[in-house]
Design a protein around this ligand. Structure first.
Ligand SMILES: C[S@@+](CC[C@H](N)C(=O)[O-])C[C@H]1O[C@@H](n2cnc3c(N)ncnc32)[C@H](O)[C@@H]1O
Length: 294
């Protein structure tokens, strides 16, 4: 990347940070990332950007139908539909905003009877016992207070031998070189805030335990990661842009609840931008994939 381009990107990222800070008073309570159009677009971009890792090993080709829990705006559903065009997918999400957006986004497959989107809480699913041949959960259990209860309820609506695929965060895995003190302080606050909302930013590492407690069998877990360094400067820069957007998506809520200052948000953004420009920087992040059967 040329110095001019790189300076431009830093300026754009800083402008985004400033805009996010200005919008803070309009955000909602309770959900770290919020429900704005910017956040909806971020979820679509995130799903496509991380697709190779999230969908590695995910195979529903032997299934007639699956349930997707915490489907949000349907960002993963679009990919599921593209990969398995004959599969019937029943999406559920508790948020009216997300469900409305998902229904608009998925109007095509909904019209063909391949996708449905129901607004409901995952703790009590409006489906009969044994209804689905598979289940898919991504970036969802990190937001709930009783993951085992939700996994038991998911299992109830799954048929015998049905498969569940789960992708969940393990935020402890985040590492950069050079170390960024403001980034680390912001990241700690981000994770503490998620815990204070009764979520779990480290849920990925606990998936094996939780699936076992919920009564699933043949459970396997894998750690999937990105180790980005001077071998992949372009992808490292793209990943850092994605990462800045993700961290900023929680900033309104974090500043509002006084967990971080506006100054820290700007410092964190500047540190991550300088990693993007540093030819020797290292970025590491991982998450946990689990597969199990009823
Ligand atoms: C980070 S989003 C992930 C969306 C989607 N899986 C994706 O990867 O794009 C988490 C979603 O979980 C939903 N959610 C949180 N708690 C829920 C609950 N108890 N029941 C159903 N959905 C819930 C939120 O509304 C949000 O849409």
């Amino acid at each position: 990347m040329t110095a001019t381009k790189s300076q431009k990107r830093s300026r754009v990222a800083k402008e985004i940070a400033v805009k996010v800070i200005k919008k803070m008073s309009h955000k909602q309570d309770g959900y770290l990332h919020g429900y704005t159009a910017t956040e909806h677009n971020r979820l679509y971009h995130q799903a496509r950007f991380l697709e190779d890792h999230v969908f590695a090993g995910v195979d529903f080709s032997g299934c007639k139908n699956i349930i997707e829990i915490g489907s949000g705006v349907g960002a993963q559903t679009e990919i599921l539909h593209n990969r398995f065009p004959k599969l019937k997918i029943a999406c559920i999400d508790s948020s009216r905003e997300q469900v409305t957006k998902a229904r608009a986004q998925l109007a095509g497959p909904i019209g063909k009877g391949l996708v449905s989107v129901t607004q409901t809480d995952a703790r009590s699913l409006p489906f009969q016992k044994g209804s689905f041949e598979g289940a898919f959960i991504t970036w969802f259990l990190e937001h709930v207070s009783n993951p085992v209860g939700i996994l038991k309820e998911t299992k109830r609506v799954m048929a015998i031998n049905a498969v569940i695929h789960i992708n969940e965060v393990f935020n402890h895995s985040f590492f950069t070189d050079p170390f960024g003190p403001a980034t680390q302080e912001y990241w700690n606050a981000f994770n503490e805030h998620q815990s204070s909302l009764k979520g779990d930013p480290f849920v990925g590492a606990k998936l094996g335990n939780y699936l076992q407690k919920a009564g699933f069998k043949d459970i396997s877990t894998n750690f999937s990661y990105w180790l980005l360094d001077s071998r992949h400067p372009k992808f490292r820069a793209e990943f850092l842009s994605y990462w800045i957007d993700l961290l900023l998506s929680g900033s309104a809520e974090l500043v509002k609840s006084k967990k971080v200052s506006k100054k820290l948000v700007l410092k964190m953004t500047a540190e991550l931008n300088s990693l993007r420009k540093n030819p020797d920087s290292v970025f590491f992040l991982g998450f946990v994939k689990a597969v199990a059967y009823v």
